[in-house]
Each structure stands twice: as structure tokens, then as C-alpha cells.
Ligand binder design. Structure first.
Ligand code: SF4
Length: 363
């Protein structure tokens, strides 16, 4: 006797408008139903097909036979004592966990989303890097972070998410197809409608991904974590540099600007005694001279436990910034991590939660 496995179900939350139109046509329905589905999924954020009350019961049954509506399970939420960040931990069906952060900054409401569970790139100052790579997120799981964070913001404050940054767990450009699909879904007018200038993708320097993104019609902001001014140091801090050197990265950044017309932001983490020397400031100015860009300094967000890195003292941070400003025509900003008080570096909430899980008595 042979057994055939059931056909796999589509995930409605992952489908682009043209794919939904194809699906509704296949089910014998009019195309405008695709717009209704998009509104229910990405606008109203329903959890079940049966909540789509303007669809006939027969159509809902047809849909359920072909597709599911996936959803992440929220397992923890932390508000920072200063009230500037809310951090969410979500569980995937297999039990893996990812985190998202809502950053409240002036009028901006920025959702910082994850693209992978863990990360393969092993940057030495990063909590997520220490987890190793566990899984790529599906487009629906990237979108669902935004939908759930957005619903929480609307329910608690009556506000809407204004910006998205792909700076949570993972290297977004190593999950390219799902990332781009998710970004296309986020900008639909039926849903959060966040696109173009309101979205920034952050990369550790995966050059083929940068060049590919430069050729998309998405016009996204691009942030590149540079964090070192010599290949020798960057090879150690960010192993991806062994494959894609600083010169190649700068070249890709320049190409991004020339194709998209958008200045790249170089992120630079200040690590005491490692990346915060006067010579580093001067080299950073020199290296980036030929690339229209912004320079963003980020004093290290110290982890509670075993990290060899320290945040530089305030006077060193100020001197680095001043030196850089004196030697570059580019805009220089200093970003304090909003969530310093709530485990808000990428991977820290996850790790804190795992520690608590391991410490909890079994049973
Ligand atoms: S900094 Fe980003 S790319 Fe590097 S290990 Fe962490 S999550 Fe991955």
C-alpha cells in the first residue's frame, strides 16, 4: 500500500497581490476578492480565515483547504524603564524564537525586525552571532512581527508604526528572497503601507546582496555595519570581511548610491581600546570620503555577561566624534541604544529569556 503526503498549504500572509489574485481565480472567485484578503490579513491583521466576515462561508472553506494564515506566538514583552523601547519575543511553530523592538523616538515609531533565527556571520561583539545560525524566517514571519508590534502600539497608545529597520536578529541579505517579499508586502496600501524612505535594511557587508538590492525598485535606505577601519581588525571583528574586504564594501556602497540615489549610512560601533582611537576616526573619515554617506557612531551596548568589549568613556566618545566631524564633510550622528536598560542589543532578550528558561526548575 502506498501513501501520498497531503499537498502543502500556502501561507496567505506570504502571498503578493498577483499571487492572491491567481489563487482566487483558481477558486472560481472574482479578482477583487484578492484586495479583500489583503485588507483582512495586512490591514486588520485577522488571525483566522473565519474572521473574514465579508467572504462567503463556502469561499472561506475553499481557502482553508488550500492555505493557512500563519502567526507568531508572542512569549514575552518588555517595556524599558525610560519608556523609549518595547521589546517583543516571538516563538515560531518549531519553538525557535526571534525578537523585535519598537523604538519610540520623538514622533517616530520604528519597528526593528529580525530576518533570521540566530545568524551565521559571528560578529564578535554581537549576542546573536554567538547563537550561530538556526533558521531563515519566512516572509510571513518577518511581516507578522510588524503586524503584531503595530497592533500592540495601536492598542496601547493609539499610534501607528512609522518606520521599519531590518536590524534585529540575522543578516537580512542572506535571506534575500524572503526579505524582499516581506518588504513588498509591508508597503502595500492595504496594510501598514511602510515602504521606500521609511525602511532601512542593515547589513554586515554581504556585498552580493548590496549589489542586488541596488537593482530592486524598492528604494530602501541601506545601513552598513562597518565597525573597523582596517581589514586586519575587521577580519577579526566581523569574519565576513575575510571574504568581502573594506574596499569592495565601499565600492558596493558607492554603487548603491549611484543606482538608487540614496546615501548609505555607515554604522560604526565604538569599542573601548579596539575601535575608538584617534587614528580610527581619521581613517574612517578618509575611507568614506568618496562615498556619499552618513556616519553613525554607536557606543557599544555592553552585555551583562562574558564579553571582552567595553563601552568607551564619555570623553573618548566625544573626542572621537569631534575628530571625525573635523575631518569629514559627511553628516555624523551618535546613536545611543534606546534599549540599553532592557537587553536591547540584538539577541540579548532572547539570551536573557533562554537563561531564565534554563534556570527554571524542570516540570
Ligand atoms: S551584528 Fe548582525 S550580522 Fe553580525 S552576527 Fe550580529 S546579527 Fe549577525
Amino acid at each position: 500500500m502506498t501513501s501520498s503526503s497531503p499537498p502543502s498549504l500556502l501561507d496567505l500572509k506570504s502571498l503578493l497581490p498577483e499571487e492572491l489574485r491567481t489563487l482566487v481565480r483558481q477558486l472560481g472567485q472574482e479578482e477583487y476578492r484578492a484586495g479583500q484578503l489583503l485588507s483582512w490579513i495586512h490591514g486588520k491583521g485577522v488571525e483566522e480565515v473565519d474572521q473574514m466576515s465579508n467572504l462567503s462561508r463556502a469561499f472561506r472553506e475553499q481557502l482553508k483547504a488550500r492555505a493557512t494564515l500563519s502567526r507568531l506566538r508572542e512569549v514575552e514583552r518588555q517595556l524599558s524603564p525610560g519608556g523609549q523601547a518595547i521589546k517583543f519575543l516571538f516563538e515560531l511553530p518549531g519553538g525557535e524564537r526571534v525578537e523585535s523592538v519598537l523604538i519610540l523616538d520623538g514622533k517616530r515609531r520604528t519597528a526593528c525586525l529580525s530576518s533570521q533565527v540566530g545568524c551565521p556571520l559571528d560578529c564578535k561583539f554581537c549576542a546573536t552571532g554567538r547563537m550561530g545560525f538556526i533558521a531563515n524566517l519566512k516572509a510571513a514571519q518577518i511581516v507578522d512581527q510588524l503586524l503584531q508590534v503595530g497592533r500592540a502600539l495601536l492598542a496601547e497608545r493609539g499610534e501607528r508604526v512609522s518606520n521599519v529597520v531590518m536590524m534585529g536578529m540575522g543578516e537580512p541579505l542572506l535571506n534575500y528572497e524572503e526579505l524582499v517579499r516581506a518588504l513588498r508586502l509591508m508597503r502595500l496600501e492595504h496594510g501598514p503601507a511602510i515602504g521606500g524612505r521609511k525602511v532601512t535594511v542593515s547589513t554586515a557587508g554581504y556585498v552580493p546582496g548590496i549589489r542586488r538590492l541596488a537593482r530592486e525598485d524598492l528604494n530602501l535606505g541601506l545601513a552598513i555595519s562597518l565597525n573597523a577601519t582596517t581589514d586586519e581588525l575587521r577580519d577579526q571583528l566581523m569574519p565576513i570581511n575575510r571574504k568581502y574586504k573594506i574596499a569592495e564594501l565601499l565600492d558596493a556602497a558607492a554603487e548603491y548610491f549611484s543606482l538608487r540615489g540614496r546615501r548609505v549610512t555607515f554604522e560604526y560601533v565604538l569599542l573601548e581600546g579596539v575601535t575608538d582611537a584617534d587614528e580610527d576616526a581619521l581613517r574612517l573619515a578618509e575611507l568614506t570620503r568618496g562615498v556619499p554617506c552618513k556616519l553613525n557612531l554607536i557606543p557599544y551596548n555592553e552585555l551583562a555577561e562574558d564579553t571582552p568589549f567595553r563601552r568607551p568613556p564619555a570623553d573618548r566618545i566625544a573626542r572621537f566624534r569631534q575628530l571625525l566631524e573635523n575631518h569629514t564633510p559627511m553628516a555624523v550622528t551618535l546613536r545611543e541604544s534606546r534599549g540599553r536598560d532592557i537587553d536591547a542589543a540584538c539577541g540579548q532578550l532572547y539570551q536573557a529569556q533562554e537563561r531564565r528558561r534554563r534556570a527554571a526548575p524542570a516540570g
